[in-house]
Ligand binder design. Structure first.
Ligand code: KIV
Length: 276
């Protein structure tokens, strides 16, 4: 009889217990090489449906499919060993009913080996969150600026600027926390509202364009690495400009090929060292 290897990954209950403690650091990851590099340094890897825009160049996240999320989720799980892996449920895969959400989430969990799923939405999604959690699927919520609702929100502007909108987001976060989410992403929401939510709810909050008061932060890896082109949202800190370095490397390679400096003798098979 074979015995499954014990995983040393950070667990979902460990993340949930970090409310008000050491801030939770999360980065998105979509591919095996990046997941392997980032994994030792963060508490969780989020396979976000932002991959539609970041990896596939789509205009929004709306066309991302369950199959895409599963393919990238598998790659990230297989290349990581330390961080918890959370995979987004894409648009249209969970909003119809709790049963539809369970079927999608169960596929994602079984086929990728991830630790949890994330879904967007507020009070309207609370029964779905409870349905999943009661059936063994840990859920991360996502409130505030929810990109899958870009068409009803009318764009990607920060939310919570007036009392009515602030109240809606607070109610959303409270409903998803009470429904059993182990953590909640607050995206694109003015600082005082994200701060109030963090104080009010029992689930750890994970900010992106929200507040340093949140219990953790998440950023899109391509933004952090300078791979997202010239546009840098206000809430992003770029830690390295890999975009420029990649362009320089490609230009140097091309120049070497055109001037016969590459390949060099050290790159050839079947040529003796003496002749090389
Ligand atoms: O899809 C994603 O990458 C996300 C993060 C921005 C929170 O949902």
């Amino acid at each position: 009889m074979s015995v499954a290897r014990r995983s040393s990954r950070i667990t979902i209950p460990e993340l949930a217990s970090r409310k008000g403690g050491e801030p939770i650091a999360i980065l998105t990851a979509y591919t095996a090489p990046i997941a392997g590099l980032v994994d030792p340094h963060v508490d969780a890897l989020l396979v976000g449906d932002s991959l539609g825009m970041v990896v596939y160049g789509l205009p929004s996240t709306l066309a991302v499919t369950l199959d895409m999320m599963i393919a990238h989720g598998k790659a990230v799980v297989s290349a990581s060993a330390h961080a918890a892996v959370i995979v987004d449920l894409p648009f249209g895969s969970y909003q119809v009913s709790p049963a539809q959400a369970f079927a999608s989430a169960a596929r994602v969990m079984a086929e990728t080996g991830c630790d949890a799923v994330k879904l967007e939405g507020g009070t309207e999604m609370a029964p779905t969150v409870t349905f999943l959690v009661e059936r063994g699927i840990p859920v991360m919520g996502h409130v505030g600026l929810t990109p899958q609702s870009v068409n009803t929100l009318g764009g990607y502007r920060a939310r919570g600027r007036d009392d009515a909108d602030a109240g809606r987001i607070q109610d959303d976060a409270a409903a998803i926390s009470d429904a059993g989410a182990f953590a909640i992403v607050i995206e694109g929401t003015v600082d005082p509202v994200a701060r109030r939510i963090t104080e009010a709810i029992s689930a750890p909050t994970i900010g992106i364009g929200a507040s340093p008061a949140c219990d953790g932060q998440v950023l899109v890896i391509d933004d952090v690495l300078g791979l997202a082109g010239d546009f840098k949202p206000k809430f992003v800190r770029r830690y390295v400009d890999l975009g420029s370095q990649i362009a320089e490397a490609a230009a140097a390679y091309s120049a070497d090929v055109k001037s016969h400096r590459f390949p060099g003798p050290e790159h050839l098979y079947g040529v003796s060292k003496a002749r090389a």
